[in-house]
Design a protein around this ligand. Structure first.
Ligand SMILES: [Zn+2]
Length: 450
């Protein structure tokens, strides 16, 4: 099956930053066969998309999310992170496989509509007898059609042991390790073309024990999968680590083996110069989530310093309970705005913002060889943005229109060579039915918590 897109501006985000004012891409099967200027070479048969008025970019990569939160949006809207968590934990304790599948479908559909072709999920909440929650998210991702990097998350430090979550949503260390191993052996696909890779992800320093962090790191390295956790998100967490462990969250994680090219942290806001140097030296990545960070008011990450040091940085929408819009294309814009507000006008360029959302995310997930730029031989994950409507027409530079303009509609979203969105409509699911399912699941979950 061949797909040709032509007549569009193209931002390849390759190492040379190659762009074409008028260019094309040819997709054969699930791979990019050619990218270049002008019309595409004659191809027999196949599908042809007229890209006039559009900008073609690599599909966006979302490096941090909690899909289940799609059915708990709008709660604790004006709270601090710790207040927000303690409001939401009792509601989250009621989730089951059905609510998780419905939530994930809604969240993934919204990601697809905002240019995302690869997303991770940090699912750390496994109430007893709730069913196969990880399986439910995997089913939803297969249905919507996105490339998926879910993590088997965990919490083992309940309130009675000095942690933040209620005891009913934490698990025993041994059970977590068995479930983690099981998830990897059931689902993890390490191949180049993989649509599904599993990682291990204890939730955060204040909801898991040091033993769980250490054992998870050992297990992940035995199994050859990646490690993810929340780190340096708030000053409350910083103070908790100083009080409980006598060091910063970054130093604590380093002591437990949580640095390396196979590790990425969500947020990484409150990092000192030493911590940034450690991340750079070890190749540890950061999922920068500017919208969520601002929604909770927990600080602005040192994005320019992280990049200058050589730390892999991707972008994330984070869970929808702390980012109701979950619009991935708004993240490079907010990353740019916040970086400049913090570091001045040259802190982050428009094109670096696009890199963060694409190749930066791919690097953070360990997939820079396969996705994140438009180059022959890479997987065909593409976003074709419509820029000829009144909101964008006449903006001088198409990349600037995409990053600084309003979120544009998609003419097409292609994942692994398959068209998932066409002319603003998701082809793989019934969006109206998904909306009804989400509203029903949300009402039931809130009612359950009483
Ligand atoms: Zn998060």
């Amino acid at each position: 099956m061949t797909l040709v897109i032509e007549g569009c501006a193209v931002a390849t985000v390759d190492p040379a930053g190659t762009e074409y004012r008028d260019g094309h891409v040819v997709v054969r099967g699930n791979r990019i066969a050619a990218v270049g200027p002008g019309r595409a070479p004659e191809v027999q048969g196949g599908n042809r998309i007229d890209g006039r008025g559009c900008l073609l970019t690599p599909g966006l990569v979302n490096t941090h999310h909690h899909l289940y939160q799609w059915v708990t949006r709008g709660l604790a809207a004006d709270a601090t992170l710790f207040e927000w968590l303690t409001t939401l934990y009792p509601i989250w304790a009621g989730i089951d496989a059905d609510a998780t599948r419905v939530a994930a479908t809604g969240a993934l559909a919204s990601l697809a509509r905002t240019g995302c072709t690869t997303t991770t999920d940090h699912h750390y909440l496994f109430p007893r007898d709730a069913g196969d929650l990880l399986g439910a998210t995997i089913e939803a991702a297969a249905q919507v059609g996105l490339r998926f990097h879910p993590t088997r998350g965990s919490m083992d430090l309940g309130q009675s042991a000095g942690g933040l979550p209620p005891d009913s949503v934490v698990e025993a260390l041994d059970d977590i390790l068995v479930a983690s191993q099981d998830a990897v052996s059931r689902w993890h696909d390490p191949t180049f073309d993989s649509m599904l890779r599993i990682g291990l992800a204890p939730c955060s320093p204040f909801s898991v024990s040091p033993e769980l962090l250490r054992e998870s790191a050992t297990l992940a390295r035995e199994l050859g999968v990646r490690l993810h956790t929340h780190a340096a998100e708030t000053l409350d967490e910083h103070d908790y680590c100083l009080r409980t462990h006598g060091c910063t969250p970054a130093a604590y994680l380093e002591q437990l083996g949580w640095v390396g090219p196979d590790v990425w942290y969500a947020h990484g806001i409150h990092l000192d110069d030493d911590a940034i140097a450690t991340l750079a030296r070890t190749g540890t990545g950061v999922a920068h989530c500017p919208t969520s960070n601002a929604r909770i008011g927990c600080g602005v990450a040192r994005t320019a310093d992280l990049l200058a040091a050589g730390v892999p940085v991707g972008l994330g929408v984070d869970g929808a309970a702390s980012n109701e819009s979950s619009s991935l294309i708004e993240e490079p814009r907010n990353a740019l705005l916040f970086a400049r507000q913090r570091g001045g006008p040259s802190a982050l360029t428009v094109r670096t913002a696009l890199e963060l959302a694409t190749i930066g995310g791919a690097r953070t997930l360990g997939r820079a060889a396969e996705i994140g730029s438009l180059e022959p031989g890479k997987l065909a994950d593409l976003a074709l943005w419509r820029l000829d409507g009144p909101a964008h027409a006449g903006i001088e530079d198409p990349v600037t229109a995409l990053i600084l303009g309003a979120a544009p509609p998609l003419a097409a979203l292609v994942v692994n060579g398959r068209i998932v969105v066409r002319d603003g409509e998701i082809r793989t699911i019934d969006e109206a039915a998904t909306g009804r399912d989400v509203a029903r699941a949300q009402a039931a979950l809130v009612a359950k918590a009483g």
